[in-house]
Design a protein around this ligand. Sequence first.
Ligand SMILES: NC(=O)c1ccc[n+]([C@@H]2O[C@H](COP(=O)([O-])OP(=O)(O)OC[C@H]3O[C@@H](n4cnc5c(N)ncnc54)[C@H](OP(=O)(O)O)[C@@H]3O)[C@@H](O)[C@H]2O)c1
Length: 261
Amino acid sequence: MDLGLADRTVLVTGGSSGVGLATVRALLDEGAKVATCGRDADRLARAAEHSGAGPDRLFTAVCDIRDTAAVHDFGTRAADHFGGIDGLVNNAGQSRMKRLDETTMDDWRDELDLKFAGVLNPLAAVREQLRASEQAAVVNINAVLAKQPEPRLITTGAARAGILNLSKALATELAPEGIRVNSVCLGLVDTGQWTRRYAAGSGLSYEEWQAELAADRGVALGRLGRAEEVAYAVVTLLSPRASYITGTSLDVCGGVGRGIL
Ligand SMILES: NC(=O)c1ccc[n+]([C@@H]2O[C@H](COP(=O)([O-])OP(=O)(O)OC[C@H]3O[C@@H](n4cnc5c(N)ncnc54)[C@H](OP(=O)(O)O)[C@@H]3O)[C@@H](O)[C@H]2O)c1
């Protein structure tokens, strides 16, 4: 099926690794043009080089999503470069592994800032361009954690729940502007987030460690997900073929979610 993404432009935050990188690649495969950012210039340059896409298809900028002015500059330059923006994927970020008693007020502020700025800064930067597009769509990368709290991720879970609520509100607020907004909620996906934790040391091979992790967290499919499996869902929601889908949240989690909503 042709997803109708050829020559559309999508801005993906955090496209130098993991889910963001897989989404950039999937969009390029669909013939879309992509703008992406990250904080580490070398990693971003390596990702761009490996994609094989030239500047006519891929625009990159070093930018921290918490920095409103920098994100505005990135969005403006990307829109000027490609002549518009049709889609936005708010993906950049990471989780904070802490329990309540290990968490300071600064941790709470930092986590809420990262999660909310990660959606609101890029949206503000490209909202005008999205409004001008005939088929505008936003996908917010979230986590099943938003609906299923875990003590060991207390700040991230609370922030994720807020982002899920915000996504729903944005779907209603932006519908009159022709902008659809949906969420993709991840379970455990094999990316830098987990390789960094494995590097912290366990004595097991990475495969053994992953299998134990999946069992411990009750992943029905018994394994971590792959970034490409998430990218497929993201690209589908960005597609004009999904033109009647807004305000929804899609779990890509291998069955780790226990709720029915
Ligand atoms: N993997 C999972 O199991 C899982 C589960 C639930 C939710 N998620 C969420 O899914 C999203 C993608 O995570 P991932 O697993 O693909 O992680 P990843 O492999 O670590 O990739 C994260 C990407 O975001 C960028 N990034 C991080 N903080 C940033 C910032 N402040 N400003 C700009 N770019 C930033 C990183 O580049 P730089 O470091 O160079 O900035 C990188 O490109 C995150 O929001 C994460 O919290 C992941």
